[in-house]
Design a protein around this ligand. Structure first.
Ligand SMILES: NC(=O)c1ccc[n+]([C@@H]2O[C@H](COP(=O)([O-])OP(=O)(O)OC[C@H]3O[C@@H](n4cnc5c(N)ncnc54)[C@H](O)[C@@H]3O)[C@@H](O)[C@H]2O)c1
Ligand SMILES: O=P(O)(O)OC[C@@H](O)[C@@H](O)[C@H](O)[C@H](O)CO
Length: 499
């Protein structure tokens, strides 16, 4: 079987000018931003390519990308409006990858290229951070914002502060106001490294940092079905990225960006608006919150993937009910927009082609529960003067998860269907959640002590939730029930209550 590379597919090799520098080469950014660039190139609207930079010292993707001359395949499968969609496309929008830890000068050379005017990034939430160990003399510094600071400083010096050589900077990390956050970290490095004030003026005046919201489920390399898919493709590709057909990109700012990157009117699901907060709220609460509110209980019920959760008679109905009747009514936004999105989310969760592991959604569950589910719990109460039973049950399932965790050195793990999976969370959260269980002796009263201990911790939730005795009561009731009854039976009775 042929390998996917220039020798075997010479006609596919990207000959378009490099116009974008991209920090990150993971599954998501390739199957989302690089796929978007491919669509624009297919329509002859952009005519540009991407240089991908490896963010961490031990990454392997850049090496693989270069052996395939930048080529990789996206496989996008799902059900859209009741129809099965299955597209396979070789993406040729990446010209090359650079390992900055061995070739930092090549990265700086890109700063000297006037045609490269756009920056993309996706380095996970952990990558969009300040690292006080980074210095201006490191080649390169470790963090992504520090690398970008030196990249921009080099560009400023090379072009002698030319006002026309600023960059359009589009981070994709799933953090609120990611563009502003990136800019603030860069300004912090400028201060720490005592970079000239003229550079800071140029940075502020001539570089645009955009806040974004990205949405597409990307499950990545299909290791479970690689043999079948390779036969179907007819070539070997070590960088296949699988995902769903759905995509949505919201960019906050003025539409002048569209002159450089013609995203609008391209048939792509992209908006560029002055305020993208409603798109963010809709996605974080219904989709991400829909995951985080439902996954702990389904995981405890022994299921492995989102599709399994949705196919199960009880957990599937429960997830739909929670999204439609408990999360959706808590959100103060145009109802029609919310209903359309909730329907699409349910269809996306049911996608039979995507093996989205529940265990991956459980990573860092505490911060996700706080940002994605707690607002629905509190706003539901504000609106209806009672707490949502489904969401109180979800809260109890999330707490139960930590009771089932075991410690090995510094690692917490859960045994699940004969395998172990890491329970990653911040150390304080793990310690707090597991230690609260020392009070627990399988009575309703002791369950209340555990819930008081956990919900009263302002470090975890930002507020003291024990000011809501009804919530304490409801969560304790379900915590006790989960410990003493079959978890699916509890979900079944919650379903029946609403019929
Ligand atoms: N996969 C999805 O469905 C999806 C959808 C929307 C958003 N996202 C976001 O994209 C992120 C990456 O997901 P993925 O599927 O591409 O994962 P991935 O493992 O394929 O890629 C992760 C990327 O982040 C980099 N990275 C990891 N830790 C880093 C650190 N500490 N500093 C700098 N860079 C670091 C890696 O080098 C790699 O480039 C997730 O954190 C998620 O928030 C993912
Ligand atoms: O990626 P996480 O771990 O922050 O959240 C898990 C999922 O909710 C998330 O990956 C969604 O599928 C994604 O945000 C869809 O765009």
């Amino acid at each position: 079987m042929n390998k996917l590379n220039a020798d075997n597919f010479p006609e596919l090799i990207c000959k378009r000018p490099e116009k974008i520098i991209q920090f990150g080469e993971g599954n998501f950014i390739r199957a989302f931003m690089d796929w978007i660039i491919q669509q624009l190139n297919n329509q002859n609207k952009f005519n540009g390519s991407v240089v991908a930079i490896q963010p961490t010292p031990h990454g392997k993707v850049v090496g693989k990308l270069n052996t395939q001359n930048g080529l990789f395949t996206t496989i996008l499968r799902g059900i859209q409006d009741g129809q099965t969609v299955n597209t396979k496309e070789i993406i040729s929008s990446i010209s090359r990858g650079i390992n900055p830890y061995t070739n930092w000068q090549d990265v700086l050379k890109c700063a000297e290229n006037p045609e490269i005017e756009i920056v993309f990034s996706n380095t996970t939430e952990a990558g969009l951070t300040y690292n006080n160990q980074d210095t201006a003399t490191m080649a390169p510094p470790l963090s992504f914002p520090a690398k970008l600071t030196l990249f921009l400083y080099h560009r400023y010096q090379y072009f002698h502060g030319d006002a026309t050589k600023g960059m359009y900077i589009i981070p994709c990390e799933l953090l609120e106001n990611n563009g502003q956050l990136l800019k603030s970290i860069i300004l912090k490095y400028c201060k720490q490294w005592q970079l000239p004030s003229d550079f800071i003026t140029w940075l502020n005046a001539h570089n645009k940092f955009y806040n974004t919201l990205v949405d597409r489920v990307v499950s990545g390399y299909p290791k479970d079905e690689i043999e079948t898919l390779t036969q179907e493709l007819g070539y070997n590709d070590i960088l296949i990225a699988c995902g769903e057909p759905f995509h949505f990109l919201a960019i906050e700012g003025d539409t002048s960006l569209n002159e450089k990157l013609p995203l609008l009117n391209s048939g792509l699901n992209v908006v560029i608006e002055n305020d993208i907060s409603q798109y963010r709220q809709r996605k974080v609460r219904l989709l991400n919150g829909g995951h985080t509110a439902n996954v702990p209980a389904s995981f405890l019920a022994g299921l492995n993937t989102v599709a399994e959760m949705m196919n199960d008679q009880i957990t599937g109905k429960f997830a739909q009910q929670t999204i439609n009747n408990h999360i959706l009514p808590s959100i103060s936004m145009d109802k029609e927009m919310l209903i359309d999105f909730a329907n699409a989310v349910i269809e996306r969760f049911q996608n039979p082609f995507i093996k989205h592991q529940l265990s991956s959604i459980l990573l860092n569950c505490t911060s996700k529960f706080k940002a994605r589910v707690l607002p629905s719990i509190l706003e539901y109460h504000d609106k209806f003067h009672t707490f949502s039973q489904n969401l109180s049950f979800s809260f109890a399932a999330y707490i139960t998860l930590y009771n089932t965790s075991k410690i090995n050195g510094n690692h917490f793990y859960i045994e699940h269907n004969g395998t172990t999976c890491e329970l990653t969370d911040d150390e304080y959260a793990i310690q707090k959640l597991t230690s609260a269980w020392k009070y627990y002796a399988k009575t309703q009263e002791s369950a209340t002590v555990v819930v008081n201990e956990i919900l009263g911790d302002t470090n975890l939730w930002g507020i003291n939730l024990t000011t809501y005795p009804e919530l304490i009561n409801d969560v304790s009731k379900y915590l006790y029930a989960i410990d003493t009854q079959n978890i699916k039976q509890i979900m079944q009775s919650l379903l029946l209550n609403e019929e």
